[in-house]
Ligand binder design. Sequence first.
Ligand SMILES: O=C(O)CCC(=O)C(=O)O
Ligand SMILES: [Fe+2]
Length: 349
Amino acid sequence: MNFRHIEASPMTPTIGAMISGVDLNNTRSEDVYEEIKQALWQYGVVFFRKQALKPEAYIRLGQNFGEMEQHEFFPHIEGHPQIQLISHQGTEAPETDRWHTDVTFRKKPNMVSILRITDLPPSGGDTMWMHAGAAFEALNPGMQQMLEGLQADHDLPWHFRRANIHERLAQRASAKSGMVVTANAQECKMIESTPTVSHPAVITHPYNGRKILFVNSIWTKRLLGMHMDLSDAVLNMLYEWVKKPEFMVRFRWEKDSVAMWDNCATQHYAVFDYAPHYRAGQRMTCGSFVPTLKQGAASPGAQPAALRQLIDTTRLQAASPQERQAVDAIFSALEGVDLNAVASAAQRR
Ligand SMILES: O=C(O)CCC(=O)C(=O)O
Ligand SMILES: [Fe+2]
């Protein structure tokens, strides 16, 4: 995509672009923000370097993506409830060193998350993102079709209990840090009061129509309509799948770097390799989306299934069992082939 006001350099063929040519502290132009938005939907995560963002400019950036939120469990900087604080010190891992999409336990998760790391450890503390649209597209059509028919439960209390978060929160509240602590008691209440929500296991991106694999290893509890053991097996297989480096980009923070991610299309992982050092950042979340799978859009998997309807069953009536078996085997084999990919490979030749 060509931009007029910004430059976007892709960091991998799958995900991530470095944006340059903008000074976020002095940007007022709607056109610039619009192009940043387009780059975000295209690349899944965009990065900026050397932006000593003042709170007003940070908020101005976030406002472009919809309503700014106050987070359920992060405290915020003084005077600016929109700017959340995250920090970590010590040897116990934070909860963000697992692949996840933010707050999918909500009916409407936030659309965009923005982060700047303000206190860097001496080394390490990178963040990684993966593109869950690319991960879905790389699955075989049979698997895509199965997943498109599934719903999954996302559940905050279930995750908090399994990770023993309430006990750890109590310890953290009494630990050091210059932040305004507003959470903790409230978080414990959330464990009791946040109901389970169901989302489709595959959703359609609201702005570019791409299909996105929408289960994650923090908040997704189970796939519905199947035995819990089978659900665990399928989910674990998918959690392994999303870890393919081909779907990922890794970002090394510098002072005054900013990362902004499409929380609908991506998952992220905060690498915890910097213990016992301190790492802290300012975070902002904005906009929201209702996870929805739009029916009717042809998926790569739908096409081979339609192929089966091409079999002239009247002619098959005269066929021997072996012949029928052979026809079945051929069509089953075709269901495992992405015909769109074959056709476009043929065109390239
Ligand atoms: O600390 C980081 O790099 C990211 C943490 C995270 O998961 C988040 O801010 O949503
Ligand atoms: Fe996160």
